[in-house]
Structure formats: structure tokens, C-alpha cells
Ligand binder design. Structure first.
Ligand SMILES: Cc1ncc(COP(=O)(O)O)c(C=O)c1O
Length: 482
């Protein structure tokens, strides 16, 4: 019996028995329980002590000898060959000293909003997947076709193409953006990314640091705020009113402005042409880049969406797009469109991070875009989403007429200003008491704004939407009409 050894350690997931025996012995040695020079019992005795077969012990000792932890000789048996007491006996425990976090990580974590949990009867909170948007059949076929082509020896992209993504995907995207978004794009202006968050992170690291200014709409998308503020740059909130971003609130100078002109997030208002022109004129005079988040490009439910700002100033606007809403169940996927000097720097720095976008996903995306399958699928999904929007809008108007709905032509949620006398926290807590989850709007703003909530509707079937409004009306409004 070797006292210092202790019992066999609990198995780690996937760990074979001989590896477990090896680890038990190695940890006992490193913890100093089996000091250097200790003679281990014979194979049979050790096997009995650990409750394993002799062969398993032979395997384990062979491994420890190869690693240099023990030394075996016919004269003196198997002896421990290294000094111990250098490591704690358990290796899966987290260290109890604070991690040496960088300033970036500290700032990034400070912006994190904890999840409020689940268990609601009707969950109107934003950011939920909409299964109808996923083109399951077309995507599966495209992926299979492209995997087959790759297996037959398609060459891997090289040079610039590797960093930006396959040329056929960038061609398909340029054609889609020029046709559908009124953009002015050539394939060499396109870079594929893992979604808008990845695009924002890459751009924030390129252009922002302490001492610089990033302007952004207020209220705004928290993912954008977090990426920009983690760089240490000062954030300049530009007020949003009933006409979207108000250019009168733009700073004298800034490195960049993040904005959502197609459907302001979260108020969903489109930026009128006159204000777009003012923003572009400001950017030219301040020599600022415009980061246009076109998140609602495909998500319009009434008529065609307004053209992208990028078409007005392709030399200054970086257009950010995402497929991660539609392809969410299987992959994250997005792109950015930027002028040539910005693309060159992005391509030059990408090898330091993720090297290149996932090739197979990118090729499948080219396939579904170029074949028209993506557009066809989305047309159907948009109809369902438009119907859901109408169901929620009319139910709220009838049952909660003092809740003021911002007219919405795109996106997946409604922005609702609360009536006088009902503050946001009371609305969110009251709704939760009725089994309904709402997103409060004030955490998205830094400037003072009227109390408001967001209700995502696209992920919920019509009967759930009506049920949610019935519950809210019972809590805050009129009884159901009889
Ligand atoms: C304003 C805004 N931008 C971008 C995105 C998409 O970001 P990503 O591609 O990182 O999922 C969303 C999705 O919720 C959004 O609401």
C-alpha cells in the first residue's frame, strides 16, 4: 500500500482507464505525496490498490516512464524520478487569484448585461431566433453541393481572396447589394465576416483607441456600443428623435459614426434623405468614417426598404450586413463593404485573428444567393413576419390604446413609448408578473428618454402574440371586449 497515492481520481469526460491511472499517479507525484525516490509497489499490488487490472497499471507506468516521472530498473524497481510539491493536487480547480485582465477585457466585461432568465408564458424580448427565416432546404442542398465540389479537389483560395472570402461569394453579394440595396459595390470591396459583431470588432480595433471619439446614435444597439467602448475611445451619443438620428447633435470631430439609417435600432425609424445628406456632409468635413449597420436589409415588411447610405458615399461609408439572423441555427455569417484603403488594412490584419472566413459556409452562401433560392425563401418568410407585425400592432392598438407605437416598416420588433404615469421598470415588472417578458429601452440609451419598451414579434405565432397582449391588457389596460 502506498499511502501518498490516494484513491483513483474521478474520470474526466472521455478519459480512458489507463489515462486515469496515469493521471492519478502523476498528480500524486506533482503534489509531493510521492516524493522523489519513493519506490512504488509492484504492478500487482498497485493494481489491487487502485482497483484496476495489472495490464492497466503496466500501461500507466510505461507512459509515466516515457514522460520522465518514474524510473524503472530490475534492481531497484520503479521509483519516482522528479521532485514534487510544485503543483496543487487538482488541476481542474480555477485559480483563486484574479486573472491578469487587459484594459480591453475589463471594459468589455463591464458592458455585459446579465440574462434575466426564462420561464415566461409569452416572451417578447428582442434577440430571439426566428426559425422561419432559415432557408433549411436550400442551405442543406447548397452545403452538400459545395462539400462535394471541395472533396473533388477545388483549390483553396489564396492571397487576398483567403482573407476576404471566396470571389464567387463576394460577386454574389455585390450583385445582391447593388440590386436590392441601392449600394455601389464591386467584389473587391467586400469582406466576409462571422457577422456584424465580428465586423464591428475588427473595425473598432483598426480605428479606435483611448483619446479618439466614436459617435453613435442614442439609443443604440448594445452590441455596437460594447465593441466601440471596449477600445477605450470616448463615446459621443447623438440624439435620435422621431426622424431618426438628429444631425444637429453630431460632434465637431470623431473618428467614426455608427448608425442604422435603414431602421434605427431600437426605434425602427428610417433616416430621411435630407438627414442622410447632412450626415454625409458632416462625415466629409470631419473626415469621419460612417459605419452603416444594415441589419434590417432583408427584414422589411411594408414595401421596399430605403436604399443604403453607402450608395451616396461609397468612399466613406462602411456597410455592415448580417446573415446571422437567417442562418442562425447553423452558422454565423455576415459581411462588410468598405472602400479600397480600408479593405487593404482589414485584409492585412486578418491573418492575426481568424485568418479567413469559413470557406464552405461562404461557398454555400454564394450558391443560395446566386441561384435566387435565398431571395425566394425570404419573400415567404417576410410575409409571415409582416402578418405577425400586423397582428401585434392591431392587438396593442385595440387593447392598450395609450401605448404609443412607433410606426415600423422593417425589423423584428415594435418600439412602444409608455403612457404617462407608467415607468419602464413598473411596466417590465408588471408584465413579468403576468408571465410576459418585455425588453426595457432605457439600457440602450445614455441620454434621458421617455419610458419605452421593445416587443419582438417575428419569432412568435399569432396566437401567442394575441395571448401576450391579452395578458398585458389585463395588467395595464382595458378588459377584453365581450
Ligand atoms: C442593430 C443590429 N445590428 C446587427 C445585428 C446582427 O449582428 P450579428 O451579425 O453579430 O448577429 C443585430 C441582431 O440582432 C442588430 O439588432
Amino acid at each position: 500500500m502506498t499511502d501518498g497515492l490516494g484513491p483513483l481520481r474521478d474520470a474526466l469526460p472521455g478519459e480512458a482507464l489507463h489515462a486515469r491511472v496515469t493521471r492519478t499517479l502523476r498528480e500524486a507525484i506533482l503534489a509531493g505525496h510521492l516524493p522523489e525516490g519513493t519506490r512504488l509497489p509492484g504492478h500487482r499490488a498497485l493494481a489491487a490498490q487502485l482497483g484496476v487490472s495489472r495490464n492497466t497499471v503496466v500501461d500507466a507506468l510505461g507512459q509515466l516512464q516515457a514522460e520522465g516521472y518514474v524510473h524503472a530498473s530490475t534492481r531497484s524497481g520503479t521509483r519516482v524520478a522528479v521532485p514534487g510539491a510544485t503543483f496543487p493536487s487538482t488541476t481542474t480547480q480555477p485559480p483563486d487569484t484574479p486573472l491578469p485582465l487587459s484594459a480591453w477585457a475589463t471594459r468589455a466585461l463591464a458592458g455585459h448585461v446579465p440574462d434575466a432568465g426564462g420561464g415566461y408564458e409569452v416572451d417578447f424580448r428582442v434577440g430571439q431566433p426566428v426559425p422561419e427565416l432559415y432557408p433549411a432546404g436550400a442551405w442543406a442542398q447548397a452545403l452538400a453541393r459545395q462539400a462535394q465540389a471541395a472533396a473533388q479537389g477545388t483549390a483553396r483560395p489564396s492571397g487576398l481572396e483567403a482573407e476576404l472570402g471566396p470571389l464567387e461569394t463576394r460577386r454574389a453579394l455585390a450583385a445582391y447589394l447593388n440590386a436590392e440595396r441601392g449600394a455601389r459595390v464591386t467584389p473587391d470591396m467586400v469582406m466576409l465576416t462571422g457577422g456584424t459583431q465580428a465586423s464591428l470588432d475588427a473595425l473598432a480595433r483598426l480605428f479606435l483607441e483611448e483619446g479618439r471619439v466614436a459617435a453613435l446614435e442614442d439609443p443604440t444597439y448594445p452590441g455596437a456600443r460594447a465593441a466601440l467602448s471596449a477600445t477605450g475611445a470616448a463615446l459621443w451619443p447623438v440624439p435620435v428623435d422621431a426622424g431618426g438620428l438628429n444631425p444637429a447633435g453630431l460632434p465637431f470631430a470623431a473618428t467614426l459614426l455608427y448608425l442604422t439609417p435603414g431602421a434605427q435600432y431600437p426605434t425602427t425609424v428610417a433616416l430621411p434623405a435630407a438627414r442622410q445628406a447632412e450626415v454625409v456632409a458632416w462625415a466629409r468635413s470631419a473626415n469621419a468614417l460612417l459605419l452603416e449597420d444594415d441589419y434590417a436589409a432583408d427584414l422589411h415588411h411594408a414595401g421596399r426598404p430605403p436604399a443604403a447610405l453607402q450608395g451616396l458615399a461609397p468612399e466613406r461609408v462602411i456597410l455592415l450586413g448580417s446573415f446571422s439572423k437567417s442562418l442562425a441555427p447553423v452558422t454565423r455569417s455576415g459581411y462588410l463593404v468598405a472602400p479600397a484603403p480600408v479593405i487593404r488594412v482589414l485584409a492585412g490584419t486578418r491573418p492575426l485573428t481568424d485568418r479567413a472566413p469559413a470557406t464552405l459556409d461562404a461557398l454555400a452562401l454564394a450558391d443560395v444567393l446566386a441561384s435566387g433560392a435565398y431571395a425566394r425563401h425570404l419573400r415567404g418568410a417576410r410575409q409571415a413576419i409582416a402578418h405577425r407585425h400586423e397582428v401585434l400592432r392591431s392587438a396593442l392598438q385595440v387593447r392598450l390604446p395609450t401605448w404609443q407605437l412607433t410606426p415600423t416598416r422593417a425589423g423584428l420588433h415594435l418600439h412602444v413609448t409608455l403612457p404617462a404615469g407608467l415607468d419602464e421598470a413598473a411596466a417590465v415588472l408588471g408584465a413579468a408578473g403576468a408571465g410576459v417578458a418585455l425588453t426595457p429601452a432605457s439600457p440602450l440609451a445614455r441620454l434621458v428618454r421617455p419610458p419605452a419598451v421593445l416587443l419582438a414579434f417575428a419569432h412568435l405565432p399569432p396566437e401567442q402574440l394575441r395571448e401576450g397582449v391579452t395578458r398585458l391588457a389585463r395588467m395595464f389596460g382595458r378588459p377584453a371586449p365581450t
